[in-house]
Ligand binder design. Sequence first.
Ligand code: ADP
Length: 312
Amino acid sequence: MALIEIEHLSHAYPMGEGGQHVALEDVSLAIEAGEFVAVLGSNGSGKSTLAKHLDALLLPTNGTCRIDGMDTKNADQVWRIRQKVGMVFQNPDNQLIAAVVEDDVAFGPENLGVPPREIRQRVDEALAAVGMTKFRTFAPHLLSGGQKQRIAIAGALAMQTECLVFDEATAMLDPEGRAEILSIVKKLHDEQHITMVYITHFMEEAAVADRVIVLDHGKLAMDGTPREVFARADELQELGLDVPLSVELGAKLRNDGIAIPQEIVTEDDLVQALASLVPSHQRNAANDERRAGVQRSMNDKSDAKGGVPVAD
Ligand code: ADP
């Protein structure tokens, strides 16, 4: 049994006067425990609506959504579902409620009636996992956006969540904050095997997932590895999406006759492919030349200053 089982899920928002807006239509999808799935789609394609079904914040108007076998429509199981699936939303300012960081992280387990000593341990572990231990007594409003999102993740970890759903959680962050969050997501996935459902509009972020799902007008349009999905650049463009810069650059270099393999997806892939094109004796020669250049400039400086080498 998959951790997340979505069968023929449709969701229609009521629009008044008996009208409705169909945001998801007949989506079927299974996500296994431990997967890292990125969800892509242009604005309005249904990504947030899908995310909210995973935490029973929305219920299907048709079809089913089961979390670890529990039907989200079963009101008795909503709290168990929310213990299993934690959400991190877009706006870091909307999700922290306490006046002190560690109280915020403790909020969930306190509500579950976890004994105080265990709460202390969970909070300490959760803050350590997101690298925020030294900020534990800070007021959340003093933190950067990326740090606030890290506290939101810690709050979910303190609930011992098995799955984290990120709904464009990096959209309001600067590049540094985005990189921090992505590296924590990767670490928690690799080391704690937490299932990740990661909605993003940054293609570079999706490239590091195990699997990429693309939604279009509420329907599942693509589902595959990043390599498979990003190989369909023309179709993605028709859906209003790009490919990661490394994929685009790799394709351009290939068109220019440079032997870059088709399966380049991440920046690391591209750097390695480019490095492997340079024969090792040339790489060594380039390094020797660079070292000699540094030595020359040191000598020049030492001559100018009367014999003592000066670093910049
Ligand atoms: P995405 O996250 O991909 O931008 P959403 O899931 O937020 O897409 O929205 C999907 C569609 O449902 C959009 O057309 C949006 O306008 C509509 N929608 C979202 N929330 C509501 C709502 N509360 N009431 C009516 N329509 C909504």
